[in-house]
Design a protein around this ligand. Structure first.
Ligand SMILES: Nc1ncnc2c1ncn2[C@@H]1O[C@H](COP(=O)(O)OP(=O)(O)OP(=O)(O)O)[C@@H](O)[C@H]1O
Ligand SMILES: [Mg+2]
Length: 337
C-alpha cells in the first residue's frame, strides 16, 4: 500500500536563483496527484527533492519518519527503494534491450534469481502493453513505447511511491488517453502513492485525486482536484484554458506593465466555463482503487475549509455515487437543492 509523503516548508535555491520557497503539501497515501506549472518553475527539481537527489536549503520531506533532506544518507538510500521513477525522457540505456533495461533495477538492487527476474519483468512488460517488444533496443521502437518501457522499469521494484515526470510528452492524443488509463489501472493494482508532473490538460482533468500548481517561486495551490479545477486565480484559469492572456508569459512571467495593459484591454478569448469531467475508473476486471474510499473520508472531512465552488463540485462528484449519502453537517453548508 502507498505511503504518505509529507512536505513541510521546503525552500530550494541554486546559488542566488530561488526556485521555490516554503512549499508545504501532503501526498495522501495511495492517491494520485498531479503537479502543473509553466516550464522552468521547478517541477522536476521538486521530484528530485522528494527522493533526496537534490537538497533544499530549508524544510523537510518525511516518508515513514525519514527526512529525505537531512536524515543520514543510508536511511535516505533505503527509503529511495520505495520509489519508482519515470523520467521526463524515459532514460533508457540505448545499448540494452527493453528486457534488460526493465530488469536493470532488479539486477542492481536485489539478489533475485534470473528466473524470478524474468517473471517480474515479463509481468511489467505485459502491464504496459509491450509484450513482444522485449527484445528490441530503445532506438528501434516509438517514443510512446519508450515511455511505457520507462514506466515498466519504474514498477519492477514494487514501488510504494511512483513519480512520473511528464509521462505524456511526445505522445499523440490517443496514446495519451491510453496512458491516462494505464496510470489509473496501475493505481488500482498496486495502491501506490503517485505524483505525476504534466502539461497535459486531459491527464490533469481525468486522472488525479489531487492537483497542485507551481508559479512564481510558490506552490499556488495543492489539494483535492476540484479546488484547482474550480479556482478563479488568474494563473490557474490561464493555464487550464491554455491562453496567452494572463499572468503567464513566454518567459514564464510577464512583466507587470504588460499584464496591466492586458487587464485594461482584455482582447483575448473569454475564459471558457469549465465543467469538471468525471475521474477515470479502473478498467473492467480490475479491483476498485483502494484510495477512493480513503479520499472520500479525507475530502469530506475538510469540506468546510474549501472554497465554495470546490465544495459544490465535490458534492456533485460524490452525489453521483448513489450508494453514498452526505453527512448531515456538510449538507447544511450546501448550495441548497
Ligand atoms: N542541478 C541544477 N543546477 C542549477 N540549476 C538547476 C539545476 N536543476 C535545475 N535547475 C534550474 O531550476 C529551474 C527549474 O528547473 P526544472 O527542470 O525543475 O523546471 P520544470 O518546472 O521541470 O520545467 P519543464 O516543465 O520545462 O520541465 C530552472 O531554471 C533550471 O535551470
Ligand atoms: Mg521538468
Amino acid at each position: 500500500m502507498g505511503i504518505e509523503v509529507v512536505v513541510e516548508g521546503l525552500t530550494m535555491s541554486f546559488g542566488k536563483q530561488n526556485i521555490w520557497q516554503d512549499v508545504t503539501l501532503t501526498l495522501p497515501a495511495g492517491e494520485v496527484s498531479v503537479m502543473l506549472g509553466p516550464s522552468g518553475t521547478g517541477k522536476t527539481v521538486f521530484l528530485k527533492s522528494l527522493i533526496g537527489l537534490l537538497k533544499p536549503q530549508k524544510g523537510r520531506v518525511l516518508i515513514n519518519g525519514v527526512d529525505m533532506v537531512s536524515s543520514p544518507e543510508r536511511d535516505i538510500y533505503e527509503t529511495r527503494k520505495l520509489f519508482g521513477l519515470m523520467f521526463q525522457d524515459g532514460a533508457l540505456f540505448g545499448s540494452m534491450t527493453l528486457f534488460d533495461n526493465i530488469a536493470f533495477p532488479l539486477r542492481e538492487h536485489t539478489r533475485k534469481r534470473e528466473s524470478e527476474i524474468r517473471r517480474i519483468v515479463m509481468e511489467r512488460i505485459d502491464l504496459v502493453g509491450l509484450l513482444g517488444a522485449e527484445g528490441k533496443l530503445p532506438g528501434e521502437i516509438s517514443g510512446g513505447m519508450r515511455k511505457r518501457a520507462g514506466l515498466a522499469r519504474a514498477l519492477v521494484l514494487d514501488p510504494q511511491i511512483v513519480l512520473c515526470d511528464e509521462p505524456d510528452s511526445g505522445l499523440d492524443p490517443v496514446r495519451t488517453a491510453y496512458l491516462s488509463q494505464l496510470l489509473i489501472d496501475l493505481n488500482a493494482r498496486i495502491d501506490a502513492t503517485m505524483l505525476i508532473v504534466t502539461h497535459n490538460l486531459d491527464i490533469a482533468a481525468t486522472v488525479p485525486d489531487n492537483m497542485g500548481m507551481f508559479f512564481r517561486r510558490n506552490l499556488v495551490t495543492f489539494g483535492p482536484r476540484e479546488v484547482l479545477l474550480t479556482s478563479d486565480e488568474p494563473v490557474v484559469t490561464q493555464f487550464l484554458a491554455g491562453r496567452r492572456e494572463g499572468p503567464i508569459g513566454m518567459s514564464e512571467e510577464k512583466d507587470a506593465a504588460l499584464l496591466a495593459a492586458e487587464l485594461d484591454n482584455p482582447a483575448g478569448r473569454p475564459a471558457l466555463p469549465r465543467a469538471i469531467v468525471p475521474q477515470l475508473e479502473p478498467s473492467p476486471g480490475l479491483p476498485p482503487r483502494a484510495a477512493v474510499a480513503r479520499r472520500r473520508e479525507r475530502v469530506l472531512g475538510m469540506l468546510d475549509r474549501l472554497p465554495h465552488a470546490a465544495q459544490a463540485a465535490i458534492r456533485d462528484t460524490y452525489a453521483r455515487d448513489a450508494a453514498y449519502t452526505l453527512p448531515q453537517r456538510t449538507r447544511i453548508t450546501g448550495s441548497g437543492s
